[in-house]
Design a protein around this ligand. Sequence first.
Ligand code: ARG
Length: 460
Amino acid sequence: MQDTHAWSGRFSEPVSELVKKYTASVGFDCRLAPFDIEGSLAHAAMLARAGVLSDEDLAAIRRGMAEILDDIRAGRFAWSLDLEDVHMNIERCLTDKIGDAGKRLHTGRSRNDQVATDIRLWLRAQIDVLGVLVGELQSSLLDLAERHADTVMPGFTHLQVAQPVTFGHHMLAYVEMLARDAERLVDVRKRVNRLPLGAAALAGTTYPIDRHYTAELLGFDDVCHNSLDAVSDRDFAIEFCAAASLVMTHLSRLSEELVLWMSPRVGFIDIADRFCTGSSIMPQKKNPDVPELVRGKSGRVSGHLVGLLMLMKSQPLAYNKDNQEDKEPLFDTVDTLIDTLRIYADMMRGVTVKPEAMRGAVLQGFATATDLADYLVKKGLPFRDSHEVVARAVRHAEQQGVDLADLPLAVLQSFSALVAEDVYTVLTPEGSLAERDHVGGTAPNQVRAQIARWRGVLGK
Ligand code: ARG
């Protein structure tokens, strides 16, 4: 294989070794190869249909590309830094295999519309994988929620015990977040799924191309309607990274909770050993490394989002080499997300809940104080007065070192004559939960209804 550039006719000396390394992207964009070939085959088919390529050339291109794809898949393809990127590596190899037909492939296109097409094809496939993985994590959370639809835990605000909720309800909050994440991915996909090919370098081409036909062959919903925009903007990658950052942000929040809950000081859960590691010095340690890493990697993914925004923000129309820098952050975002979602679905199946510890924390936190206030309101006391009465009762219970439910009836009545024997049903955590019986509330039957709804939506 000769290593002269496609443009060597224009230059009087070869690029320096350092510049070659600096400008080459083949080290990372080689992973676009199957999509580059898919795009080239559609482009060639369109050219043949338009009479720009002969049927023999098209057949040769198809044959050559099939061999190249086999070689790449088998790890036999010799990538060359001298050929700069995935596009020129494949094109040169094709020409080596089939001669002039290979040289005709690039008719009516440029690497600018080619690479924009490749990234969109690649990202579309990744979004589809991610959609499935988000669904699998949701289903893992639903299983956990179902097992703990009745398990009482303290709900927190400001990380202070607030009101009882069920652990199932808590898990369902993340199912909701992930559902919005999945919706966002579906929405981004619509804008990813448009064809840049045909924009050529920036202004379109003089050949009688049929962009809608190419779009149809590649499964794109539409073509990009402005050639300058088609080759230059990477907003679809940026919004994908924004959606990805939100997935990671949600998982980072859950990770923070898992870490807290697993701390011996809290002791709400245990995480299966296979997701934890020990310490090289402290023999007693079992560390929740996976959630900690997810929390850390969320920063890395948000960093990629900001990186791509910065990459784009000062670029004049149309294509600039800056855009070659879009790939590594995008690839790393997808890789991080795929690994994180997979490991998370598995890890949540390895979470053991400790209901006694959760219930104990509810009882220590006067979590049913609001229930007592609501109870008095229902007996006719205005809410502000009731709040005051309960605050005094809580202060008394705290001084006695007992929960509200442990105060004798006579004592409770000393704070308000409206208190009757039935007060104890609302003062227990279970009574408190059962009262919150409306759509979106934490009553166990509502939690079960939501689980059933989600199972229907997800089909699992
Ligand atoms: N490797 C390049 C990229 O990733 C392909 C497009 C190059 N186009 C050009 N005019 N230099 O963006």
